[in-house]
Write a protein that binds this ligand. Structure first.
Ligand code: PMP
Length: 356
């Protein structure tokens, strides 16, 4: 503890991202990155943009990218907000829409950054207990005082998808509360709630180019919602950092949205691999939560997840393990290339055989 730290720096427990090892060539199935490279059109756009103009600031609202994203989702540019990764968009959402002491509701098993933002921005949170199979229960979820609801759809780390009809029920029943749908993984099989935006003023969707578009290293996330919500986010951004997106990020993201064929092909490859691996793991006796994401959440009755995690790591395969009540016997495994997943399957099959 450093004597100059503020109270908040002393008290907060920061979010812990998955490991990004530098020491060894792991098969990296631990941070839900896309195993395929970004579109060649993106790499070309980055190379072309890396020129003398880097001495200039970027256009602060990144309007060119907002136009491209708006056209892609049949919205207008004023319904699109951009940030340095969707984590930053989430952080700005807390400042734009919630006050200290507000209560924010989210599931007990979900993206572990949400409670960290609550601590950072002094909001309270209330957890909704997911059912045994990690589904959202069919009850009046938001009864009681609360100002907002955050739901990752598909959820992380389970991969479970909430049908659009249920998302709409939530929006309809809670028009006085902001509902944030974190759709970081929506492109891997779910249906986005984006078509509900013009109907529901309380809907904010957050997405990213980090997953289905293979651009986690570029740091571009975005929010979609009615104009008033986007204006609120913009007020916060412009009170924090005018230039959250750099010139390269803007150019790369534009090129990604313009290469639809590449996006669909690499996204479909991930989905196909996921389905093949799920079937194979089930045959080996694993329980697999149904996933519409680029990762799967698995457990085995006779083998402790923590041990499997450590043994996989020793053999050069990194997956994610959360030592947390209810999920301490699960592993989250990102979907890699066909070859990486074959190796994963061979290694984990040998491990469960050894232990029998
Ligand atoms: N939401 C969820 C549910 C995530 O899993 C992640 C990735 N860790 C993010 C948001 C943040 O993604 P990014 O900041 O790379 O856009």
């Amino acid at each position: 503890m450093n004597p100059y730290w503020s109270k908040i720096a002393q008290e907060i427990t920061p979010y812990q991202p998955g490991e990004q090892p530098v020491d060894m060539n792991y098969i990296k199935l631990n941070t839900n990155e896309n195993p395929y490279p970004p579109s060649p059109a993106v790499l070309k756009a980055l190379a072309v943009t890396a020129d003398h103009k880097l001495r200039l600031y970027p256009e602060p609202s990144a309007v060119e990218l907002r136009k491209v994203i708006a056209a892609y989702y049949q919205l207008v540019p004023d319904q699109v907000f951009l940030g340095n990764g969707s984590d930053e968009v989430l952080a700005f959402s807390f400042l734009a829409f919630f006050n200290p002491d507000d209560t924010i509701v989210f599931p007990d098993i979900t993206y572990s950054f949400y409670p960290v933002y609550c601590s950072l921005f002094k909001a309270k949170h209330r957890l909704i207990e997911l059912t045994e199979d990690f589904s959202l229960p069919h009850v009046d979820l938001l009864s009681g005082a609360s100002q907002g609801f955050i739901i990752a759809n598909p959820n992380a780390p389970t991969g479970r998808y909430l049908e659009l009809e249920r998302v709409e029920q939530l929006l309809k029943a809670n028009q006085s509360r902001l509902i944030i749908i974190d759709e970081a993984y929506i492109d891997f099989g779910g249906e986005s709630a984006v078509k509900l935006i013009n109907q529901y003023a309380n809907l904010l969707i957050i997405q990213t180019v980090s997953k289905a578009r293979s651009l986690a290293g570029l740091r571009v996330g975005f929010a979609l919602g009615q104009q008033g919500l986007i204006e609120g986010l913009t007020r916060i951004k412009n009170s924090f950092n005018s230039y959250t997106l750099d010139r390269l990020a803007i150019a790369g993201a534009i090129a990604s949205f313009q290469d639809q064929d590449y996006f669909l092909t690499s996204r479909d490859r991930v989905i196909q691999t996921r389905e093949r691996i799920v079937a194979a793991l089930k045959k080996k006796g694993f329980q697999v939560i149904p996933s519409q994401a680029n990762f799967i959440f698995i457990s085995h009755q006779h083998h402790k997840a923590e041990q499997l995690f450590a043994q996989l790591k020793l053999q050069g395969i990194l997956v994610r393990y959360f030592k947390q009540p209810r999920i301490e016997n699960y592993l989250r495994v990102s979907i890699g290339t066909e070859q990486e997943m074959d190796t994963f399957l061979t290694v984990i099959s040998a491990l469960i055989k050894e232990g029998d």
